[in-house]
Ligand binder design. Sequence first.
Ligand SMILES: *Cc1c(COP(=O)(O)O)cnc(C)c1O
Length: 236
Amino acid sequence: MKSSISQEQIRQQLEKVEQRIQAACQHSGRQRDDVRIIAVTKYVDTETVGQILSCGLTHIGENRVQDALPKYEAYQGQATWHFIGHLQTNKVKEVVGRFHYIHSLDRLSLAQEIEKRAAALGIVVPCLLQVNISGEETKFGLNPDDVLAFVHETSNMKHIRIAGLMTMAPVVEDPEQARPVFRELRAWQKRLQELSLPNVTAEELSMGMSGDFDVAIEEGATFVRLGSVLVKPEMT
Ligand SMILES: *Cc1c(COP(=O)(O)O)cnc(C)c1O
């Protein structure tokens, strides 16, 4: 069951989130404009996506292709679409050409399939490398030790641009415990930028979810992926 929530409730949640984002930017000397909210809509139905857009949010994130397609069809031109979940190779053809960003590039076979589909359409797909900084076995993502070799491979793929890095922090009670994970992802961003490889720009850091986005922003997040804190009013 998808939850339903009124537009007024979303607006109220968003206002609280906005205050927290501004506070985090202030603490860390960052500009508010350098942080964008991706509204993660996996908990809500298609109609609610429309309400989220009416609140002024313009980035939508989905983690499952089948759930995302009806929402995409309904509102495609009104948002920037982010694919944030684990992506099976056989689903790539549904994603390339629709989603503007893929946040979950984590293996070479996936890169090769994205490259093939993007080349056929004559487009360049901005991708974020998902890195498993925390090393939890349950999490997807590249092992940090493999990141450099991986970007050297993808830099030869002309239809993929490595636009940045993404990570999922461990679920912890105190978001401060996630801080080293975010800091480490940022260190990887700097390393990638210093390589000056073709097709590697690495300007984006996709990190921070409902439980830890304040800390992620303090550590440099450019995209925060927010689901429950926006659409589940019983939280916060
Ligand atoms: C669900 C999901 C989110 C949002 O999670 P919340 O904790 O509800 O904000 C962010 N990123 C990914 C990859 C997700 O699957």
